[in-house]
Write a protein that binds this ligand. Structure first.
Ligand SMILES: CSCCC(=O)C(=O)COP(=O)(O)O
Ligand code: ZN
Length: 241
C-alpha cells in the first residue's frame, strides 16, 4: 500500500495474530487462564474448554483435551487440531466441543475461544431461554467488550438450545454468528457461556465482563425479591395492625 507521498505504508500486525505461531506459548497461557477460571468457580467438575488459533493457513488450534480437571490444567494437556478437529500434535482426544470452537473461529474471526460453566450462566440460560437470549444494557462494564464505547450499548447474548450432537450444534452456532455478527458471546441453555476474542487477552476479558454482568443480573433479581415483606411497596413495609 502507498501513502500519498508514495512511501510504502507499514500495516501493523492484526492483534488476532497475537497467538499465532507458538503452540507451547498458547498452551501455557491457556492453562494459566483455565486454572484462574477454576479458582473463580467457572469451570468446576471438568467443565469448560479453551482454545487459541496458532496458525490460520493451514488452520491450527491449541485446544484442551477432553475431560480434564481445570484446577490443575497444564500446557501438556493441550492438543493441536486442524480445521476438521483431527489431532496433529499431542496424544489423546480433543474437547468434545472442538467443533463449536472451530465454528466460532471460522464465523467470528476469533483468535481464541473460551467456554465456561458458571452457576450464573447455567441459571440465566434456563430462566431466559423463552426470550431467546439476554439483553444487557446500561452497565459501565459493557465497555470491556470489544468496540463498545458506552454504557448505553445493548448487548444481546443469544441462548441456543443445548445438544449432544456437536455437528448439529456447530451448525446452529454458525447460523447464529452469521445472523447476528455483532455479538461477543452466546449461552448454551442450562450449559454455559461461549465467548471469544481477536486475541487470548481479549477473550479472557470477555469472559470476565460477561460473567460479571450475568452475576449482576442474578444478584439484582435476588436483591429485588428477597428481604421484602409481604404487601410492602417501594415506600417500605406495611404497618403492623
Ligand atoms: C461436566 S462437563 C460436561 C461436558 C462439557 O460441557 C464441557 O464443557 C467439557 O467438555 P470437554 O470434552 O471439553 O471436557
Ligand atoms: Zn460445556
Amino acid at each position: 500500500m502507498k501513502t500519498p507521498k508514495g512511501r510504502s505504508k507499514v500495516i501493523p500486525a492484526r492483534p488476532e495474530t497475537e497467538n499465532c505461531g507458538s503452540f507451547p506459548k498458547a498452551a501455557e497461557s491457556l492453562a494459566e487462564i483455565g486454572r484462574g477460571f477454576y479458582a473463580r468457580g467457572w469451570v468446576l467438575g471438568t467443565s469448560g474448554n479453551f482454545s487459541a488459533v496458532i496458525s490460520r493457513k493451514p488452520l491450527r488450534l491449541a485446544i484442551t483435551s477432553t475431560g480434564l480437571d481445570k484446577g490443575g490444567l497444564t500446557a501438556k494437556q493441550f492438543l493441536e487440531i486442524d480445521e476438521a478437529a483431527n489431532v496433529v500434535r499431542g496424544a489423546g482426544r480433543p474437547s468434545a466441543e472442538a467443533l463449536l470452537h472451530l465454528a466460532i473461529v471460522h464465523n467470528a474471526g476469533a483468535g481464541a475461544v473460551l467456554h465456561t460453566h458458571s452457576v450464573c450462566s447455567t441459571v440465566l440460560s434456563g430462566t431466559h431461554a423463552r426470550y431467546g437470549g439476554i439483553a444487557l444494557e446500561g452497565y459501565e462494564m459493557l465497555k470491556g467488550l470489544a468496540a463498545v464505547k458506552t454504557h448505553k450499548h445493548r448487548e444481546w447474548l443469544p441462548i441456543l438450545e443445548n445438544s449432544q450432537d456437536m455437528v448439529e450444534l456447530a451448525d446452529r452456532v454458525t447460523r447464529t454468528l452469521r445472523e447476528t455478527p455483532v455479538i461477543h458471546g452466546f449461552l448454551l441453555q442450562e450449559h454455559g457461556l461461549y465467548t471469544w476474542g481477536e486475541s487470548l487477552a481479549e477473550a479472557k476479558r470477555h469472559v470476565e465482563i460477561l460473567e460479571f454482568l450475568m452475576e449482576v443480573l442474578m444478584r439484582s433479581g435476588a436483591a429485588q425479591s428477597t428481604g421484602v415483606p409481604d404487601g410492602a411497596d417501594c415506600h417500605g413495609p406495611v404497618a403492623n395492625s
